[in-house]
Write a protein that binds this ligand. Structure first.
Ligand code: NDP
Length: 336
């Protein structure tokens, strides 16, 4: 349950609490034309911090309701159904899956029946084949205008979105510079093909980019001083893909001193901010034809970081904000 608006990082047991007081009888609970879902996998995402806010403040995604279960992307199994087209045993994905063990959605129009490819774990459908994978693929296709031999810089390169971006850039024949927050992540980013990988906590971003740049495409997941360093080392006609700014999510987005903003003008940079849902209708079909196959064949690698047990959901939410995850953070509520 969402319990309290956090001031800084979300605190397990305080911002969110695990609560067992609300129970339902699975055999008799009324469905009213809906379905009863057993929740299997839940996605812990950076954007969820933005939903832990005062309900009176506006943002692109509605706030969580105090006292109610939080929700996000999830995969579940239909236990009972009164909805045409869905039957017991079907696997479904839903963008507003509640962080509960069983749920009955009020509105079933956005419930998507999955036909998972054999050999791929169901959790992949909230990671590399889910929203983060779509974010990487769709925005890369739309904005990167990648050319062979050019240089891309990707921040949070060992994360759910960043790791896919690194591999798309390599498939397009680019040199890839990757920044990550730990030595373990350096290893992973190398394994997925990044050419130059550094830990931004121990190595100066500015120095690496000055040596390895200039940057033709910057995939920005962090904002702040990293964005400034990327601007300072941008090529003429560079493309900046503004995907996220996690460096400010837990500090109220405090301003950082930017010394290189004029580069946007002088280097004639295309800056593209986006929310992935806008790109769904254009790229969903293509994504479904291309990415699951590449992942199944191992041509695009992905990594998952599993937290087992809904009772540890609060820890999973914090992990993503502080960087304790390598790859897609998934909460395993049940395995089948
Ligand atoms: P990740 O799996 O990459 O997890 C978040 C990572 O952010 C952490 O592991 C950590 O990696 C890094 N991080 C945390 N704090 C900081 C900090 N202060 N400075 C720099 N890096 C930090 O998450 P996702 O791949 O799911 O999301 C990546 C970004 O993409 C986020 O900004 C998210 O909001 C954005 N996003 C945007 C979408 C859109 O539609 N525009 C859709 C989906 C995601 P490290 O240890 O390497 O620092």
């Amino acid at each position: 349950l969402f319990k309290e608006v956090p001031k800084g990082y979300p605190e397990p047991g305080k911002t969110t609490v695990y609560d067992t007081s609300d129970t339902i009888d699975l055999d008799t609970v009324a469905l009213n034309g809906s379905i009863l879902i057993k929740v299997l996998y839940l996605s812990a995402d950076p954007y969820m911090r933005g939903k832990m806010r005062d309900p009176n403040t506006k943002s692109y995604s509605p706030p969580f309701t105090l006292g109610a279960p939080i929700d996000g992307f999830g995969i579940g199994k239909v236990v009972r159904s009164e909805k045409e087209g869905l039957k017991e045993g079907d696997i479904v994905s839903y963008h507003a899956m509640q962080w509960v063990e069983y749920m009955i959605p009020e509105d079933t129009s956005y419930i998507e029946k999955l036909d998972p490819l054999p050999g791929l774990s169901l959790s992949t459908y909230i990671g590399a084949i889910g929203m983060p994978g779509k974010t990487a693929y769709m925005a890369w296709k739309e904005y990167a205008k990648a050319k062979k031999g050019e240089t891309a810089f990707v921040s949070t390169a060992a994360g759910a979105v960043g790791a896919i971006v690194v591999q798309l850039a390599k498939l397009d024949g680019m040199k890839v510079i990757a920044s990550v927050g730990s030595d373990e992540k350096v290893q992973f980013a190398k394994e997925i093909g990044a050419d130059v990988v550094f830990n931004y906590k121990t190595t100066d971003t500015e120095e690496v980019l000055a040596k390895e740049g200039p940057i033709d495409v910057y995939w920005d997941n962090v904002g702040g001083s990293t964005l400034d360093a990327a601007l300072g080392n941008s090529a003429v006609l560079a493309r900046f893909i503004e995907c996220g700014m996690i460096s400010g999510y837990n500090s109220g987005g405090q301003p950082v001193s930017m010394k290189n903003l004029m580069k946007i003008v002088s280097n004639q940079i295309d800056m593209h901010g986006f929310i992935v849902s806008r790109l769904f209708s254009k790229y969903n079909k293509e994504f479904n034809e291309v990415i699951p196959k590449l992942i199944k064949e191992g041509k695009i690698k992905h990594n998952e970081d599993l937290t087992k047990g809904l009772e540890f959901g609060g820890e999973a939410l914090l992990d993503v904000q502080v960087g304790n995850n390598t790859g897609k953070k998934v909460v395993v509520v049940a395995e089948n």
